[in-house]
Design a protein around this ligand. Structure first.
Ligand code: GAR
Length: 211
């Protein structure tokens, strides 16, 4: 009997702007089960700023890192092209925005559209943008959560891959609620990235079908 072909291990570039606990969850899972069983390995970690724990986590894991700051470029488009070029050099199959707090532009999307995954701390399409947790609390939502989705040219508007639900408690402040969301979010991101890496997927309009 012919041996079952082993799917190639997918190459991930992860982008961060902050503490990098979602990145850490990916690193821990790949270290625990192995890149082959997980279906993917992280080949580089990039950021839009220096001196963040997300980059320190990557360095401790022995991964190459890079920083592309908007203010180092004459225009947002030049920054976007430089980010796209740098990410491209690592030949990723998938790019994961794990707390990357910048909106990418046309060049980045033309190269990585359909394979650029973001995680957002709210149940999209509610509460998009940079303050998803704060906005859900201020609105008085009783449930919120997290959304893992493909990035398109809007702000948090791309096709949804998976969502996790978290109840809002009367005593919640932004930080307590965000911590509970992140516990669910880290597990969801690890599960989703592994599944799409191993199984493949199609995007049909707004629907993501994992094969
Ligand atoms: C995560 O909750 C992620 O959803 C959020 O930043 C946090 C990063 O945490 N992203 C956004 O709000 C994007 N709009 P981490 O740095 O500990 O992984």
């Amino acid at each position: 009997m012919a041996a079952k072909p082993v799917a190639p291990i997918k190459r991930l570039v992860v982008l961060v702007s902050g503490s990098g606990t979602n990145l850490q969850a990916l690193l821990d899972e790949i270290a625990a089960v192995g890149a082959e069983a997980y279906g993917a390995e992280i080949v580089a970690v990039g950021a839009d700023r220096e001196h963040i724990e997300g980059l320190a986590r990557a360095e401790r894991a022995g991964l190459p890192t890079f920083v592309r700051k908007v203010k180092d470029y004459d225009s947002r488009d030049e920054w976007d092209a430089a980010l796209a070029e740098t990410v491209s050099a690592h030949e990723p199959d998938l790019v994961v925005s794990a707390g990357f707090m910048k909106i990418v532009g046309k060049e980045f999307l033309s190269r990585f559209g359909g394979r650029f995954v973001n995680t957002h701390p709210a149940l999209l399409p509610s509460f998009p943008g940079a303050h998803g947790v704060r906005d859900a609390l201020a609105y008085g939502a009783k449930v919120t959560g997290c959304t893992v989705h493909f990035v398109d040219d809007g702000v948090d508007t791309g096709p949804i891959i998976a969502q996790g639900v978290v109840e809002v408690r009367d005593e919640d402040d932004e930080s307590a609620l965000h911590e509970r969301i992140k516990e669910i979010e880290r597990r969801l991101l690890v599960e989703v990235v592994g599944r799409i890496a191993r199984s493949g997927y199609r995007i049909e309009g707004r629907k993501v079908v994992i094969q």
